[in-house]
Write a protein that binds this ligand. Sequence first.
Ligand code: TEU
Length: 571
Amino acid sequence: TNSRAWWHEAVVYQIYVRSFADADGDGLGDLAGVRSRLDHLESLGVDVIWLTPFYPSPMADNGYDVSDYEAVDPRFGSEGDLDDLIADIHRRGMRVIIDVVLNHTSIDHPWFVESRSTRSSSRRDWYIWRPPRDGVEPGTPGAEPTNWLGFFAQPTWTYDEESGEYYLHLFAPEQPDLNWENQEVRQALYAMLRRWLARGVDGFRLDVINLISKRYPLQDVPTPHSSHYGDASSQYTCGPRMLEFLDELRDQVFDTAEKTLLTVGEMPGATVEDGLAVTGGERPRLSMIFTFEHMDVDHAPGWGGRYEPRPFDLLALKSTMARWQEGLGRSGWNSLYFGNHDQARVASRFGSRSPAHAVASAKMLATVLHLHRGTPYVYQGDEIGMRNYPFASIEQFADIDAHNSWAYGRALGVLPERLLAGLRQNGRDNARTPMQWDASEHGGFTTGTPWLPLNPNTSEVNVEAQIDDADSVLAHYRRLIELRHSSDIVVFGDYRLLARDHEYLYAFERTLGDERWIVVANFSDEELDVAAALGGAVGAAELILGTHHEPPEGAVLQRLRPWEAQICRVL
Ligand code: TEU
């Protein structure tokens, strides 16, 4: 590991601002709401708060379509609210990182408005414009400059009739990609980031930062026979100039800060080698990255697989986690997450199907995650065991990705029941229903009408019900965070996966100097014989922290009750 930085030991809490707490009663979370709930975060013990985009935006993608990088959308509050929030977070000894979307802007961003105004605009080249394909009527299917399918199940090109060209957008048409080849674009972004540093933020979460370098010349990709458009990820994932651009970012922005920053790059499709190149070496480019492999273990392979759910595969989860732990072990650094605003709730994905085990499995999943080597991220609501929403029809979804994927699937002839099943299981809105603070009608989230309904389980699953309960999921999260803060081995210990081929047991060891810890977790509704699974030889051990209130009968590392986890020190 490169030299010790504060963020190695930190735990980050992700706030999806529109769903966290609504102070003004318009049904949408806001910055004043976040400020009113800082007690919760402080008592949880987290070190860093990550705020998802609060900037002015037409909200085609809930704020990931930014029309002004340096202001606050009035729906989320005022400039003053933001400064007050940053000051309060700092006063409480926590840090704050903001979510910056550098791959694309909104179509309403002044840069794009100018770029699209005329072909000779001085900002034309700030985005990626191409003429229609020869011999096909512009604006009709097949006339796109390349046959790429975008992230939200749409072609990646939109025709601008006025100027007679197409612009590229890997996400929604409302999210045109910036042209990072143009150095004025890069300089404008760096200057903007430096101004945020001056405003006191402690780092950045960099949205899809590994998609900024496209492979030129842009070209067609193979297509499946069912479609005109194909997976083009090879054309822009960790592209040829990515490392060079990240070097610039580090040299011209991050390294100019007066403090050590936490920088975390979101990198769908990144490999372990990419992760090492970015977070390892003498001068790491970013503190850490978000990888996606472990989030695909219950998806069908390939493009769009997330809405063709597969049963959870523990063997796949263990081996992908271990590969990243080992791969980034010596030089790089991992981020650890099982959920965010783009993923279904982990308790519903990897936990027990049986309500009797809901609490145990939420605690167990947290135990497994937090005992890996890396910086853990807690997604809002996971600390109380929030679960998926029981969506019953496509109309109940708000997410652009849900609606586009539905339309795309219907056009290909996929049955509605199948599409709905996929969206119910893995749709992003599962994680976007409002935070459950108490058992009142709207969960204490808002006095108005929430933009997405509260999960009907709010009456049982909420912060108020858990806050004084030592057996709660919340109390267990507090203990896990405290454990990390008080034990170097949790932060820096080496990692080794045990019982790799066991179907229900997740077991690993952490070692630091003479110290050796073993973590075991039972991913099943049945009792599990750990001693047999580990092949006996562990020796005497003591329990440091377990998920279950009643201590294990007899010695630790012997039997695990359903969804039990034990963290043990080998004596
Ligand atoms: O996500 C990018 C991303 O790769 C996915 O998680 C994406 O949401 C998924 O593949 C869609 O099926 C980031 C943000 O976290 C996400 O909320 C934004 O929608 C996206 O970038 C565009 O800015």
